[in-house]
Design a protein around this ligand. Structure first.
Ligand code: FAD
Length: 395
């Protein structure tokens, strides 16, 4: 693995750092207090190509490799995890999954707008009753009309009628398209699940904002309710019954993006702790000169480096076409817990000032905490790693 960034990778990282300084940092406190990022940020992200990384240019993408995607994600996470999450979901979980699994028609319909920031995507897997156990979801899509082609065996024509609900959906109230997972047959567990690209304005689809989140307060998180939502069969993505594999392959890559966002949080914690330690004096000298403060700072630094290396390894494996799923779980598990530790250590360096939101570290603590919960909790990552090592599923 080459740890030296290419000129292109370094240029895209610098572009992201400048963008954050100009368009995000001045608004972070205001967006957090208002519980909403300014939505105009989406088009600005699209204009710079940040919503099209790794997507082929013929569909409006900006190309680039997964390390470039990690670098941009890290810089966005360093600036504001709420903005970082918009990209991780709209590009990472939705556009990239359409690019891998969508039909030509679906790619042409959605990718140019998603990559330009003219449309936003959300990923509808979790339900009120099924989080970690997503394969047992109960939202149901029932076929109405159409049939099976004799020559290809593929389902064609007719509609699906969808009923059910989804919980904690990032970008939910902003989205133009929902990558929705629903049960299309009664086979228990994940085998009867299919993936659909449901337009968010489909009649019968309602969205409610989830208020009162501990962190990621600027992000539009929603509950989706589907009552007799009728969509054409052409919205089915991939074969019927393949939806759970599609969701899991999306999440495996998505975990790299969450891990990169966590590196950004930990780096922001380090930047803030070093700066503040140099400015603050107690007992007649800079607190940077106390060994116990240096211990806090060096612990953050070790977490940043280790989390970054694990995350870059995932990017390298993906770009070389190697298996990456276990490495992605390892990176996500370590980086998310490292981000929580790093933000907490930085808050300690700030003392009481860390506890009020005029200073940056309290928000880092709040934003970091969810990283150990979504896209598979830390316990679920350990079960994935454990299964890969022992060959035994302990789910
Ligand atoms: P549960 O699954 O009920 O877990 C509760 C506890 O039990 C956890 O500690 C868990 O680790 C533990 N546990 C469960 N099963 C096992 C087991 N077999 N062994 C050991 N321990 C176990 N979902 C989406 O689909 N799309 C999104 O865009 C999205 N965005 C989100 C944004 C936010 C801010 C949040 C909070 C969540 C989001 N989620 C999203 C949902 C998220 O992925 C789930 O919350 C997560 O998968 C955990 O599910 P749960 O909350 O139902 O917890």
């Amino acid at each position: 693995m080459n740890l030296e960034l290419s000129e292109e990778q370094d240029a895209v990282r610098q572009l992201a750092e400048d963008f954050v300084a100009r368009e995000i940092t001045p608004h972070v406190v205001e967006w957090d207090r208002a519980e909403s990022v300014d939505k105009s940020i989406v088009k600005k992200l699209g204009a710079l190509g940040f919503l099209g990384l790794t997507i082929p240019e013929e569909y409006g993408g900006s190309g680039g490799d997964h390390l470039a995607y990690c670098l941009v994600t890290e810089e966005l996470g360093r600036g504001d995890s709420s903005v970082r999450g918009i990209v991780s979901v709209s590009l990472g979980l939705v556009a990239k999954t359409i690019a891998s699994w969508g039909s030509e028609e679906q790619k042409r319909q959605w990718l140019p707008d998603l990559t330009a920031g003219e449309a936003v995507g959300c990923f509808g897997l979790t339900e009120p009753g099924t989080g970690s156990d997503a394969g047992n979801l109960t939202t149901r899509a029932v076929r109405d009309g159409g049939g099976t082609s004799r020559s290809s065996g593929a389902e064609s024509g007719g509609d699906y009628v969808i009923n059910g609900s989804k919980m904690f959906i990032t970008n939910g109230t902003w989205a133009d398209v929902v990558l929705l997972f629903a049960r299309t047959n009664d086979t228990p567990g994940h085998r009867g699940v299919s993936a659909f690209l449901v337009p968010a304005d489909a009649p019968g689809l309602t969205r409610r904002t989830v208020h009162g989140k501990l962190g990621l307060r600027g992000q539009a998180t929603a509950e989706l309710v589907l009552e007799d939502v009728r969509v054409p069969a052409s919205t089915l993505m991939g074969p019927e019954g393949k939806g759970f594999s599609i969701a899991m392959s999306a999440l495996a890559k998505g975990r790299m993006s969450v891990a990169a966002g966590c590196v950004g949080i930990a780096q922001a914690a380090l930047d803030a702790a070093v700066r503040y330690a140099g400015e603050r004096e107690q007992f007649g000298k800079s607190i940077a000169g106390y060994q116990l403060v240096q211990e806090l700072i060096s612990d953050i630094s070790v977490d940043v480096d280790a989390a970054r290396m694990l995350t870059w390894r995932v990017a390298d494996l993906i770009d070389r076409g190697q298996d990456f799923a276990t490495a992605a779980s390892t990176a996500k598990l370590f980086a998310s817990e490292a981000a929580v530790r790093a933000a907490n250590n930085a808050l300690q360096v700030f003392g009481g000032y860390g506890y009020i939101d005029e200073y940056p570290v309290g928000k880092l603590v709040r934003d970091a905490r969810v990283m150990t919960l979504y896209e598979g909790t830390s316990q679920i990552q350990k079960l994935i790693i454990g299964r890969a090592l022992t060959g035994v599923s302990a789910f």
